[in-house]
Design a protein. Structure first.
Length: 75
């Protein structure tokens, strides 16, 4: 859990731990807890809704605006 003054980290879609970190490639993330890799996609894997990929500034950018599912796909 994030303490006061520390930013909240996004949770890994695989293990649920808050250890998801961006990699050097744009739109790619890696969980430093379970070591799985993910990429940010423009089409929701759950409902198929297309969204514009915006540079991540908050964890809300990784959620589908239509169904609330994760916009991250395992690589």
């Amino acid at each position: 859990m994030a303490s006061e003054g520390e930013p909240a980290r996004p949770a890994c879609p695989g293990c649920g731990e808050p250890w998801l970190r961006p990699t050097q490639l744009p739109g790619r993330y890696r969980c430093v807890y379970c070591l799985r890799r993910y990429e940010l996609v423009s089409q929701c894997p759950r409902c198929g809704e297309h969204q514009t990929i915006v540079r991540m500034s908050t964890t809300e950018d990784m959620r589908c605006q239509n169904c609330g599912g994760s916009m991250l796909r395992a690589v």
